[in-house]
Design a protein around this ligand. Sequence first.
Ligand code: SF4
Length: 317
Amino acid sequence: MSAEQNSAVGEQPSAKRKKAAKGSTVKPVKAAAKAKAKSATKTAAKAATAAKPTAKPTAKPAAKPESHLAMVRRARRINRELAEVYPYAHPELDFRNPFELLVATVLSAQTTDLRVNQTTPAVFAKYPTPEDMAAAVPEELEEAIRPTGFFRAKAKSLIGLSTALRDRFDGEVPGRLEDLVSLPGVGRKTANVVLGNAFGVPGLTVDTHFGRLVRRWKWTEQEDPEKVEAEIAAIFPKTEWTMLSHRVIFHGRRICHSRKPACGACPIAHLCPSYGEGETDPEKARKLLKYEMGGYPGQRLSPPADYPGKPAPARIE
Ligand code: SF4
């Protein structure tokens, strides 16, 4: 499912960008929202046409080490530019309430969000509340979540956390980090996903994509997710944490892949000290953008209303 995002990516001249930003502040709220949705749709449509990236990478190996201040400025600029590339960045798990998001996030370990989204409708229909899931027959729950892999361990976690929610939290998902991480099978990453997206509490999601990209961008050298989280948290204001996580993960899934980053089709190549780690030839790089093949630009079966693409297929292929 990979429509090519590179088109969304040309760097705007700063004067033009400033003018656009200035104009948006005087728009009525409704008009601004409409314009945002329109721009998201336009961005995705552009992405599908696989236009050539216009920004030339200029971030060559620095002659002298980058100062911390310069790194922070560059990091914030990357975040701003990613916001332009992925105005519709969002969590890619389908959920209708905190419990569903918690379950979906546990299921998402070692598999794709699409696979989880294709599996959870039947799971949520059968076990809509923590009480229902706590009372599940383990073998039946295992069968229901089997497509997501590691189904025995995941079923054990789900029954354990549901039992804890029933017995210690009156059947409600708590909205505090310390409570969430006290649930079986729930670590900081899962807790931050739930806090950021179901409770509106800012959180950084340090998953495999996030960790890889922030190291490529030299925002941190840490490998340990908790240390990565702490260092990135110090670079950005809290209000940015949740959306920054979505943008970075979107970029990691769509362009800055683990094995073959598509540097030649990357909109932020000019800000990246790791430019050249992947394919730099624009034509070859564009061919690596396979994420949204088939015209499905995201993983959600029920995407947000302003999402520019069509929903992902419900069928497991
Ligand atoms: S490593 Fe390549 S694909 Fe990744 S952000 Fe840098 S230039 Fe872009």
